[in-house]
Design a protein around this ligand. Structure first.
Ligand code: AMP
Ligand code: MG
Length: 414
């Protein structure tokens, strides 16, 4: 008997499998922020999502100033030696220049100090000699050298952090630099994580043969935390419809969204999809993606539920591809496509056209390696990987050296 082909579970003909991009467009167009807002001090706002555009209170820099320690005067200078009398004055940073510097004279000026009237050019202190009250240097020097114009970085009133932005350490510097002390941010999105399945046992507990340890819950909780949300552990439920409904009921009010894993297909034991189906809000997502299984998406008393496949590899990929952008919109963040880059492949691969494929991958020596097995049960491959290679829907064959798109975990926002 010839072995089954790897693609024996190829997409059935005649069934509409939604392309990944169409599925994402639907999430993008139909989801919106579900969390409120609060004001926090800028130093406490790291990782928070801006709720309303933040404008610069004033320009940065507020005044024209010098970029170096040196000597300021008016105008550039041509080739050859120059000599200017030095004023008996100092311009340290923070001083407010009032006194004008007469044409043809120089003033000592220190980095960050505002240019006094009459100064538009600064020469670096290392490039001059100062002797007997004279500053001497060799030209040429361009007019405006070593100075910064007022507002050259940010003009007053400019948007420095648009609504939907997740604040980075650099953003905290920018907001502070333009005088913003407090910022309106979204409440953190609370995401419940629930595992389903009779076969699951808590890691570390006694497991009978046939039972497996719950690997998805720690992974999904950690992923949610890395995506900047608050993970809420909803525990594990057996394949029991009433018990599952009770857990979902309890979660309502405690969380803003729920990720379940397992039981999301259309079988007798798939109670997540069955329960969501009863709500009348469910959509069974048959997306043209590998790895991936049908996803059950629906609302439980208004709370969005993402019914992920039980298989850990599919659960992780579906969370990164669909969950991460969806949660980010629910959290009030702007839509952000995963950011990847083209890298030569260190592997070969044959792929069916018509579906998007993601390979567990990592970069070594400037080339991207794919995990040796595409087996969707291989959690070790997830752990080995440092990101995913994304093979476009239409792609056929990949040869060594072909450019493929690698998306590091961080490119998904994780
Ligand atoms: P299901 O989607 O419920 O049909 O599960 C698909 C596969 O994933 C089965 O082999 C399950 O045992 C496995 N699985 C489901 N949930 C988990 C979990 N939390 N951790 C590890 N494997 C799981
Ligand atoms: Mg199950």
């Amino acid at each position: 008997m010839p072995p089954l082909r790897n693609d024996c579970f190829a997409l059935p003909p005649g069934v509409h499998w939604t392309p990944v991009d169409e599925a994402l467009d639907m999430l993008r167009s139909r989801l919106r922020a579900v969390v409120g807002q609060e004001d926090v001090a800028v130093p406490d706002a790291l990782g928070r999502i801006v709720a309303r555009d933040v404008m610069a209170t004033r320009a940065h820099p507020p005044l024209a100033n010098t970029a170096v320690d040196g000597y300021g005067f008016a105008g550039g200078r041509g080739d050859g030696p120059h000599e200017l009398p030095l004023l008996d004055a100092d311009m340290p940073a923070g001083a407010v220049p009032d006194q004008s510097v007469p044409a043809g004279t120089a003033v000592r000026i220190l980095t960050g100090a505002a240019l006094p009237p009459g100064v538009d050019t600064v020469i670096l202190q290392e490039d001059v000699t100062v002797e007997a009250g004279q500053v001497r240097f060799e030209g040429p020097l361009k007019q405006g050298a070593n100075t910064r114009a007022a507002g050259e970085d940010v003009v007053a009133g400019a948007v420095v952090a648009p609504a939907g932005r997740r604040l980075t350490p650099a953003d905290l510097a920018l907001l502070s630099a333009v005088g913003v002390g407090r910022v309106a941010v979204r409440h953190s999105l609370r995401v419940g994580v629930l595992s389903t399945g009779d076969e699951l046992v808590q890691p570390g507990a006694e497991a009978r043969p046939g039972q497996i340890f719950d690997a998805n819950r720690p992974m999904l909780r950690a992923l949610i935390a890395q995506l900047g949300h608050v993970a809420v552990d909803l525990g594990h439920v057996c394949d029991d419809r009433a018990a599952l409904a009770a857990v979902l009921d309890r979660a309502v009010g405690e969380v803003d969204a729920i990720l379940t894993s397992g039981g999301a297909s259309a079988g007798d034991h798939d109670h997540v999809s069955a329960l969501l189906n009863d709500t009348g809000t469910m959509q069974m997502w048959r997306v043209a993606i590998k790895p991936g299984r049908p996803l059950a998406l629906g609302l439980w008393q208004g709370v969005p539920v993402f019914g992920l496949p039980g298989n850990p590899v599919a659960a992780m990929v579906c969370t990164l591809i669909f969950g991460a952008p969806a949660l980010s919109v629910l959290a009030g963040a702007a839509w952000r496509a995963p950011q990847g880059f083209a890298v030569p492949a260190a592997f070969t691969k044959r792929k069916k056209a018509g579906r998007r494929e993601y390979l567990r991958a990592r970069i070594r020596d400037g080339r991207v390696e794919a995990f040796a097995s595409e087996g969707s049960g291989r959690i070790s491959g997830l752990s080995w990987a440092e990101g995913l290679v994304e093979l476009p829907d239409a792609a056929g064959e990949v040869s060594v050296g072909d450019l493929v798109r690698f998306i590091p975990w961080g490119g998904f926002g994780a």
